[in-house]
Design a protein around this ligand. Structure first.
Ligand SMILES: Cc1cc2nc3c(=O)[nH]c(=O)nc-3n(C[C@H](O)[C@H](O)[C@H](O)COP(=O)(O)O)c2cc1C
Ligand SMILES: Nc1ncnc2c1ncn2[C@@H]1O[C@H](COP(=O)(O)OP(=O)(O)OP(=O)(O)O)[C@@H](O)[C@H]1O
Length: 312
């Protein structure tokens, strides 16, 4: 899959394609069903499959305080979309100028002139263009005028519930990792590059690898039994805390993971932390000793869960 950043990269995007548009946060099973359909259509027509996403996501530009927590960073979205068989990922920089394009301009300049779209699949609730004035009906009319097909994707459900990024966030907020995984079609994980912490963890006997969550708010909080991918062939078990570390007066939200039975310097490594089970909420302890005793109990809980023997 080829990643194209921005719509002004001449010659990079194909002219003539099958296309879908959306946030694709989480690349959940609803998205995957839509992508499968789109790939089949692309094969039939002998055309490349293009997915258009926006970065930042529209709500993050317009109402950053109301924007929901991201399920996937761009890097992970790219990986999941590539695995789904997409040929080109067009990542549009969503700024005030782009947002001001009228629905008609979006169709004629971008979809028709720039991409030469032949087939477009979107949900029937898809809105676009300045003031969200463009809708499915307008796309259908434009399709008839410019000669491209427009289909509304069939809603993909789980237990009567429409799978959506919002539904995954809700499952995570309710600590239902199992449901989140069912909706996603893959386990929920948080990835990033390990940075230096203040190394207090080392002095309390639990060295931790720290992942900053940056401007991204995490959809989950608390202490989890986890498995870490990205450090060789095997998944490595660990315990992680996602929060602000009130005991040591931390401020910024971060993820900290302590690996069981392995000592290695993870600084600078890119890791993917798969959340397997919530152990408890983050707490403020009266002393570091109490925190240390609790983390030791968290470790035992995780060991039991993973069927590992206790440390010597
Ligand atoms: C499994 C685990 C559970 C944790 N639980 C809490 C907690 O409940 N409250 C808290 O303030 N900090 C918690 N922490 C964070 C510790 O305060 C943190 O590891 C310590 O401050 C070391 O920070 P450093 O890595 O920046 O040196 C937890 C860390 C781990 C690995
Ligand atoms: N369950 C589903 N079944 C079929 N198509 C879906 C499903 N969920 C999303 N889509 C389609 O995938 C495309 C991208 O969806 P997008 O990520 O913007 O929305 P979403 O997953 O419904 O998220 P949100 O909860 O934020 O509305 C859209 O065309 C949308 O209609």
């Amino acid at each position: 899959m080829k990643l194209i950043r921005g719509i002004h990269n001449p010659g990079q995007a194909p002219h003539g394609c099958v296309l879908t548009i959306g946030n694709f946060d989480g690349v959940h099973r609803g998205h995957q069903a839509l992508l499968q359909r789109l790939c089949a259509e692309g094969r039939e027509r002998g055309l490349p499959v293009v997915v258009m996403i926006f970065e930042p996501q529209p709500l993050e530009l317009f109402a950053s305080d109301k924007a929901p927590a991201r399920l996937t960073r761009l890097r992970d979205k790219v990986r999941y979309l590539a695995e789904s068989g997409v040929d080109y990922l067009l990542c549009v920089r969503f700024d005030r100028r782009f947002a001001a394009l009228t629905a008609q301009e979006f169709i004629s300049e971008l979809l028709v002139k720039r991409l030469g779209v032949q087939y477009l699949a979107v949900g029937d609730d898809f809105r676009f263009g300045a003031g969200r004035e463009g809708d499915f009906l307008l796309l259908q009319k434009a399709g008839a005028e410019f000669g491209f097909d427009v289909t509304s994707t069939q809603t993909f459900c789980e237990g009567g519930l429409r799978i959506s990024s919002t539904a995954v966030r809700r499952a995570l907020a309710e600590d239902d990792l199992e449901l989140a995984q069912t909706l996603l079609g893959h386990p929920f994980s948080i990835s990033g590059r390990v940075v230096h912490g203040d190394e207090l963890g080392r002095t309390i006997g639990f060295p931790t690898a720290n992942l900053p969550l940056r401007r991204q708010v995490s959809p989950v909080k608390g202490v989890y039994a986890v498995e870490v991918a990205g450090l060789g062939d095997k998944l490595l078990p660990g315990v992680a805390n996602i929060g602000t570390r009130p005991t040591v007066a931390g401020v910024r939200q971060q993820l900290e993971v302590h690996l069981l039975d392995v000592v290695m310097d993870l600084y600078g490594r890119h890791i993917d932390v798969i959340l397997r089970k919530k152990i408890r909420n983050e707490q403020r302890f009266a002393s570091l000793d109490e925190l240390k005793a609790q983390i030791a109990r968290d470790e035992l809980t995780a060991r039991e869960l993973f069927g590992l023997s206790n440390p010597a």
